[in-house]
Design a protein around this ligand. Structure first.
Ligand SMILES: *Cc1c(COP(=O)(O)O)cnc(C)c1O
Length: 469
């Protein structure tokens, strides 16, 4: 889409940037320009925050305490280096040491790990730290290709590639949606990877960490579990426990299932790795590391210790209910023969329903937010127009919804994708459905969602009463 005011060769959509310049040009003062930003934030809070059913798998709503801490005074303070008066560059960090050490210890407890790292402003940086500490340029690693769920951070187009690592695909069974262990056992000894990275942004079932470690151990290789998506499930004991099963290091996104501020964490048990991993964070990849975010991360770790088990179990139960409800309405769901999912994700094959881009766009017009996704039937170059759709149940679960509401959501989705209902006409009904759910649960203010009626198996959704507060 060309815009008369567009500058060529922008990486971003030039028409949207041109529109921003028009908005700014129409402002009489810089204060009005600032107000334009504040207004856009409020428009998003009102639409995405209060009117939409958000089913994006990598998003989690943070508790009011976590959100408040992100605006705390300590976020204006500089604190580089390792905790303690000697390793810091700056004086005056007495209370910052308290905050950061509380965070480190809460992370260790929540993840049942001996060591934890809190200074990663993104999980991407955590993965780069692992590749910096535990691999050398020219080394071979193995990781999964994107169509079976792999992530750019572990591929040649991301940190692994920037570090100069050669990447060999982990064999993956596209039907069982699991690592093809027999093929891995044949291939791995031929390429002798320094690291085998289990990093999946499309993730439904557990991975054979123990078995893969036994293979690569023979030449001193290690398993690196990039649990960006599953971190909260791991903390809540609702997924496999990669460190206990023999992964050398675990990274994860704090803002996905872990439901904290968007950023990264890293955890490990072997003292021999501590110096290399710690040095890769500082002085290599992080200087000031946002202590307001560290405080918010510490509180979200405490929430995981208190509520992780129940919250994560409810997330998985909702994902399984959503998968079943969509399957009943004739939408192909990956993993249907295996109970759909063991995580927060549900993956739809929408190749016969307009494809992933079109399906996600139509659902967003109906105030249902999802994302297009590569599925095993796609090629990596189908990135822009893949055949799949990814759903996640983190936010709907924290808002107190249960299986009856998953049935109602499946109904809305089927009306758009299967029955071809006009999405614009359905948006109001979706917002009416969403509006009573405005309180976040699994927080210290509201620990458990209110009792709900037991859903009738296979039955139609029924409206909830008195759900909001
Ligand atoms: C989301 C994701 C990342 C990146 O996490 P950020 O916290 O967004 O930087 C890394 N690896 C995998 C597998 C992911 O899904």
């Amino acid at each position: 889409m060309d815009h008369p005011n567009a500058i060529p060769h922008e990486i971003h959509d030039p028409a949207i940037l041109a529109r921003a310049r028009e908005v700014l040009d129409a402002c009489a003062t810089p204060a009005q320009m600032a107000q334009a930003v504040v207004d856009a934030v409020e428009r998003n809070a009102s639409w995405r925050g209060r009117q939409c059913v958000n089913l994006l798998a990598p998003e989690a709503p943070t508790s009011p305490t976590v959100r408040a801490l992100l605006a705390a005074e300590v976020g204006t303070r500089a604190a580089e280096g390792h905790i303690g008066p000697v390793n810091r560059w700056f004086a005056g960090t007495r209370h910052i040491d308290e905050i950061e050490s509380l965070c480190v210890e809460l992370l260790k407890t929540s993840l049942r790990a001996r060591y934890a790292e809190h200074r990663l402003v993104a999980s991407m940086i955590g993965n780069m730290a692992v590749y910096t500490a535990l691999a050398q340029p020219g080394d071979v690693i193995m990781s999964a290709a994107q169509p079976v769920g792999g992530h750019s951070s572990n591929r040649v187009d991301g940190p692994a590639g920037v570090r100069g690592l050669a990447v060999v695909d982990i064999p993956f069974d596209p039907v069982e949606l699991e690592v093809d262990l027999d093929a891995f056992r044949r291939l791995a000894p031929l390429v002798r990877p320094r690291l085998v990275t289990l990093g999946f942004s499309m993730t439904l079932f557990p991975y054979p960490v123990r078995e893969m470690r036994a293979v690569v151990e023979e030449w001193g290789g290690r398993v690196f579990f990039d649990g960006a998506h599953q971190l909260g499930l791991i903390a809540g004991g609702q997924f496999q426990d990669p460190l206990a099963e023999g992964a050398a290091v675990l990274t994860g996104s704090a803002g996905k299932t872990f439901s904290g501020p968007q950023s990264g964490i890293m955890a490990w048990n072997d003292p021999a790795l501590t110096e290399a991993l710690g040095q890769a964070v500082f002085p290599v990849l992080a200087a000031t590391h946002q202590v307001n975010r560290v405080a918010a991360l510490a509180v979200s770790a405490a929430e995981m210790i208190a509520f992780g088990r129940d919250y994560m179990a409810a997330i998985v139960a909702n994902a399984q209910a959503l998968g079943a409800a969509l399957h009943r309405r004739g939408i192909p769901v990956l993993g249907a023969s295996k109970g759909y999912t063991r995580t927060h994700q549900v993956i739809l094959d929408v190749r016969a329903l307009g494809g992933g881009l079109d399906a996600a766009t139509r659902l967003a017009r109906a105030n249902i937010i999802t994302n297009k996704n590569l599925i095993p039937a796609d090629r990596p170059e189908d990135w822009d127009r893949p055949g799949g759709l990814r759903l996640g149940t983190i936010e709907v679960t924290r808002l107190g919804m249960g299986p009856a509401e998953m049935d109602a959501i499946a109904d809305f989705i089927a009306r758009v994708l299967v029955e071809g209902a006009d999405p614009d006409g359905l948006g109001g009904a979706v917002t009416d459905f969403r509006t009573p759910f405005q309180t976040l649960y699994y927080t210290f203010d509201h620990p458990t969602p209110p009792e709900r009626p037991v859903p009738v198996p296979g039955g139609a959704a029924h409206a909830r009463t008195a759900s909001a507060g």
